[in-house]
Design a protein. Structure first.
Length: 218
């Protein structure tokens, strides 16, 4: 009788199975890290909006987008009829983030013109839009044409960011709030089609595979 040598078929299959499982775990781990990084970048962008607003206010005693002396302060367009009330009004329009250029009196659009002319943000001042880390819209408003604020949330301004996947949106919420899309200072509503939520819509729970417009009060 001869002693069998070499690797058995069972051992080979077991080794391959382990390699596949480890490879899958690495890929899943990498995807998770990318989502976590994306969530942090999106949160940072939203927090930066608040910082720009307060820096502009401290410098010029006015709110960017609402500044009736923007031409004198930064060489930009003055806010329109609703300017000077320390709010970022939507001037009766539905969008908190607009495609209009700097000839607009739309205060959420003028916000970007004013902070860019004040060198608080990079980008062409003529553009009244900003894009987030996932190529959705980033904007700020005092209006109500956004995912509806949960009860008890205070603050004159809402910064919103769109086109965010459910798992990333949940991570964002968990990082700064309670992880609940329907409560707290960060909330969200599911988007329909390709557009961001630009009308009053009740918050909806996060689900993987869906996209959300996420808002935060300050």
């Amino acid at each position: 009788m001869y002693k069998q040598s070499g690797i058995s078929l069972f051992s080979t299959m077991l080794t391959l199975a382990i390699v596949v499982l480890l490879t899958g775990a690495v890929v899943v781990g990498q995807d998770r890290l990318v989502e976590k990084w994306t969530a942090r970048a999106l949160v940072s962008e939203m927090q930066d909006v608040g910082m720009m607003l307060y820096q502009f206010r401290d410098r010029y005693a006015a709110i960017p987008g609402d500044d009736v002396q923007a031409k004198e302060h930064v060489g930009g367009r003055n806010a329109g009829a609703q300017g000077g009330d320390n709010l970022i009004d939507a001037e009766g329009l539905s969008q908190w983030s607009t495609n209009e250029l700097d000839n607009s009196a739309h205060e959420p659009g003028l916000f970007w013109q004013h902070v860019r002319r004040a060198r608080l943000d990079v980008g062409a001042p003529i553009a009244s839009v900003e894009y987030n880390a996932v190529q959705g819209r980033l904007g700020v408003t005092s209006g109500t044409n956004i995912p509806t604020r949960p009860a008890g949330v205070r603050g004159d301004y809402s910064v919103c960011s769109s086109r965010i996947g459910g798992s990333v949106a949940r991570m964002m919420d968990a990082e700064v709030d309670d992880g609940n899309a329907t409560a707290g200072k960060m909330w969200a509503a599911e988007e329909e089609g390709r557009g961001s939520v630009s009308s009053a819509k009740a918050p909806t729970p996060y689900e993987n595979g869906k996209r959300y417009t996420v808002c935060m009060a300050f």
